[in-house]
Every structure is written in structure tokens, then in C-alpha cells.
Design a protein around this ligand. Structure first.
Ligand SMILES: [Zn+2]
Ligand SMILES: [Zn+2]
Ligand SMILES: [Zn+2]
Ligand SMILES: [Zn+2]
Length: 145
């Protein structure tokens, strides 16, 4: 039997030819029951997943762009922040682009290291640029040995 759209609801099964498979739930859908260009069916949760993934992707592209721009600016001794006129002073501990003192901040973090016998609290700090601030939470994560 041919593959038909799987998005119809009983008793109104959709008999349209399939156009795409949903990336999230794996169901095949027709042009009416989803977004072929996004490979996402019309399910609310599938659309939410799609939006979340797209936001992550856009954020990654933005960071990549910013990092590339920063490195170019650093090559002529300028702070990596777009349009900043100051000279470089210190590197961001995460993306390693160089910035002036106005465009980085020092952030403290601490986490627990768990071994089978003990727990050790580790304190540290890191210099981060604006774009890398969300990564501070990665440094706060507990570690297990
Ligand atoms: Zn789906
Ligand atoms: Zn359909
Ligand atoms: Zn950074
Ligand atoms: Zn700056």
C-alpha cells in the first residue's frame, strides 16, 4: 500500500500523498498538514521543537559571525566589540577574542567535583565577553569523576 499522509484524525483520515517526513515525530505528512520547507508537521509540539532548534541555530550563527568580526578587528589591534574604538586589552576566556576592558567582565563561578569518596568545592573565575556570558552556566556545572 502506498504511503499516505499520517496526520489526519480518525475518522477523517487524510488520503493526500505524502510530501515530507516530520523531523520530530517521524510522521509523514501532506502539504496541508505541515510545513514542507521546515520538515515539520503541524503538531504544536513539533512546531515548538522546530522554533527552539531554529533559535539555537540562529544564536550559533550570530556568535560565529561575532567571533569572526572580532578576530578581524583584533588583527588591527582593535577591541573585538563591533564599533568599539579602544585597543585590545584582554582575551575572553571562552571565545578567545581580545577586548578592551569595557567589553569584558570577570565572572566568578564554583562547582562541586564528586569522586566516589568525597565532594570538593572548586572556585574559579573567568573573563567573558558579552556574547559568551550565557556560557557561564557551563562553568558552574558539577563534575563527576
Ligand atoms: Zn511532527
Ligand atoms: Zn494530510
Ligand atoms: Zn567571548
Ligand atoms: Zn571595547
Amino acid at each position: 500500500m502506498a504511503l499516505h499522509c499520517e496526520k489526519g484524525l480518525l475518522p477523517l483520515l487524510c488520503r493526500e500523498p505524502v510530501a515530507e517526513q516530520c523531523l520530530y515525530c517521524g510522521k509523514h505528512f501532506c502539504v496541508k498538514h505541515g510545513h514542507v520547507d521546515k520538515a515539520t508537521c503541524g503538531n504544536f509540539s513539533c512546531m515548538q521543537n522546530y522554533k527552539r532548534d531554529r533559535a539555537i541555530k540562529e544564536r550559533e550563527l550570530w556568535e560565529e559571525e561575532r567571533r569572526r568580526g572580532g578576530i578581524e578587528r583584533n588583527a588591527i589591534n582593535l577591541c573585538g566589540h563591533p564599533e568599539c574604538v579602544n585597543e585590545v586589552y584582554v582575551a575572553c576566556g571562552h571565545c578567545e577574542v581580545l577586548f578592551c576592558p569595557n567589553h569584558v567582565s570577570r565572572r566568578a563561578f564554583s562547582f562541586n567535583t564528586y569522586t566516589r569518596r568525597s565532594v570538593t568545592r572548586v572556585q574559579g573565575d573567568i573573563i567573558l565577553c558579552e556574547a559568551c556570558l550565557p556560557y557561564l552556566k557551563e562553568y558552574k556545572k558539577d563534575r563527576y569523576e
